[in-house]
Write a protein that binds this ligand. Structure first.
Ligand SMILES: NC(=O)c1ccc[n+]([C@@H]2O[C@H](COP(=O)([O-])OP(=O)(O)OC[C@H]3O[C@@H](n4cnc5c(N)ncnc54)[C@H](O)[C@@H]3O)[C@@H](O)[C@H]2O)c1
Length: 462
């Protein structure tokens, strides 16, 4: 950092992933007076953050990183040193669904989280504010406090909950201009003092009326509830899409009509092959597990149904493909347009494309995956069915000689392709399954495709 700039705070973030990296890049770019360090156990990730090939793709991220990197933003694997120097420590390590033991398949796996607490305890020599950025079960802050309080160094730790609401694909915009920032703290003198430090950090660029404060447990629960509500809207419109296909109602028309009711609102009402991403399913499962733990079985069942509908939607999509392609796709080439769980990200965690590709491969189709950002991840995700799957960045090559195209991700790119050229190179009859309802179906039908949108009547030539 330039010798003349005065560092007023040392901020550390543990976990250099989809949340930690962009969040700290924005804080550093917005606040040159702070020294911001991001640490991770994974040296490959840290090397990538220190290069021009960042480990994650987000529009505008590289530009922001370049503004601050090696000025007041540093990426490192020296976790102990980072902890020693920081007064505010954000923790944004992964909290996946537990795959073993009690609560397997539902509860959050807190092993990375707890390890971080112990690292903090070991390397601290002064008082610290610990900020939960990871999404955690309600009352996790208490567990963190218990671990941190078990020290005889005379050090005080204050734990705040500051869940992250950014959406992948728009992370930089969301961080620059958040709907709200939520900070949960204890209502003690020390809790309020720590909260004020975090409010002051965000107030560098977020209008104060958008900085909400609450108790710690409300903040933790708000994140789980927020993701559950978002996913529930998608499952709600997707459940209606199934009925539309049976009744010749059109789900887009229905969504428009209900969305104009201001009590409902028009966002997140797009029917599709289903939601994905690392958070929705995991956070709902976490909520379900908590409800069961507290004996709220009806509430648990209610939220579990959001995931059940999502699984149903993915299965339904493949079933339609199989049925209309004469009940056999063995040996047929099928191109998946997109593999990322949404546009503008390379992230494929829980992407519906994974399930669709695997099911098609199981039916012995030859699946060709194309995606502008997600092919590296796709190759890992489909390692178990490598024999049936190939990958190409070029959508024209992917579709050449194919019997069918299935749109899995709403990349802008797919709206502007030359579909006449694509049609000419395909086997006939040529099928197009629009799992995101983004293409011009009438036009595709005119070209000669048999078009199968989600929640709308198919446009067929037979
Ligand atoms: N991805 C999102 O869109 C999003 C949005 C909001 C909240 N969240 C939540 O934020 C948290 C992080 O999510 P993510 O997508 O950034 O995960 P991620 O897997 O991309 O990143 C987590 C990072 O933490 C590192 N890590 C794990 N244990 C560590 C340790 N002990 N010390 C140092 N580093 C360690 C991992 O190596 C990894 O690089 C999760 O709880 C998630 O639910 C994610």
């Amino acid at each position: 950092m330039a010798a003349s700039a005065r560092v007023t705070r040392n901020i550390l973030c543990i976990g250099a992933g989809y949340v930690g990296g962009p969040t700290m890049a924005v804080i550093a770019a917005r606040c040159p007076q702070y020294r911001v360090t991001v640490v991770d156990v994974n040296p490959v990730r840290i090397d990538a953050w220190n290069s021009d090939r960042l480990p994650i793709y987000e529009p505008g991220l590289l530009e922001i990183v370049k503004i601050a990197r090696n000025r007041n933003l540093f990426f490192s694997t020296d976790i102990g040193r980072g902890i020693g120097e920081a007064e505010v420590i954000f923790v944004s390590v992964n909290t996946p669904t537990k795959t073993f033991g009690a609560g397997a398949g539902k509860a959050a796996d807190l092993q990375y989280w707890e390890k971080t607490a112990r690292d903090i305890l070991r390397a601290s020599r002064s008082d610290k504010i610990i900020v939960e950025k990871s999404t955690l079960p309600v009352r996790t802050a208490r567990a963190m406090e218990r671990i941190l309080e078990a020290n005889d160094k005379g050090i005080r730790f204050e734990v705040l909950s500051n869940p992250e609401f950014l959406a992948e694909g728009t992370a930089v915009d969301d961080l620059n201009n958040p709907d709200r920032v939520l900070i949960g703290s204890h209502e003690t003198e020390a809790g309020i003092k720590a909260r004020n430090v975090l409010v002051e950090i965000y107030a560098n660029w977020v209008p104060v009326e958008r900085i909400l404060t609450s108790n710690v447990w409300s903040a933790e629960l708000s994140k789980l509830a927020s993701n559950a509500f978002l996913a529930q809207r998608i499952s709600s419109i997707n459940s209606i899409s199934a009925l539309c296909e049976k009744t010749e109602a059109n789900v887009n028309e229905v969504a428009r009509a209900i969305g104009m009711d201001r009590r409902i609102g028009n966002r997140f009402l797009r029917a599709s092959v289903g939601f994905g991403g690392s958070c929705f399913k995991k956070d709902i499962l976490n909520l379900v597990y908590l409800c069961e733990k507290y004996g709220l079985h009806e509430v648990a069942l209610y939220w579990e149904s959001v995931i059940a509908i999502n699984d149903y939607q993915k299965r339904r999509f493949v079933k339609t493909m199989l049925r209309v392609m004469f009940n056999t796709i063995a040996g047929k080439k099928i191109a998946l347009f997109g593999f990322a769980f949404k546009a503008d990200t390379g992230d494929t965690r829980e992407s519906p494309a994974i399930d669709v590709a695997r099911e098609l491969a199981e039916e012995q189709a030859h699946v060709v995956i194309t995606d502008p950002q997600a092919l590296r991840n796709a190759e890992n995700d489909l390692a178990s069915c490598r024999m049936q799957v190939t990958f190409t960045e070029d959508p024209y090559e992917a579709a050449s000689g194919a019997h069918a195209i299935a749109v899995m991700t709403e990349w802008e790119l797919y709206k502007t392709l030359d579909y006449q050229r694509i049609f000419d190179g395909m086997e006939k009859p040529a099928f197009l399954f629009d799992g995101r309802n983004i293409l011009d179906h009438e036009k595709l039908h005119e070209i000669g495709f048999n078009v199968f949108p989600v929640g709308e009547a198919a446009l067929k030539h037979f």
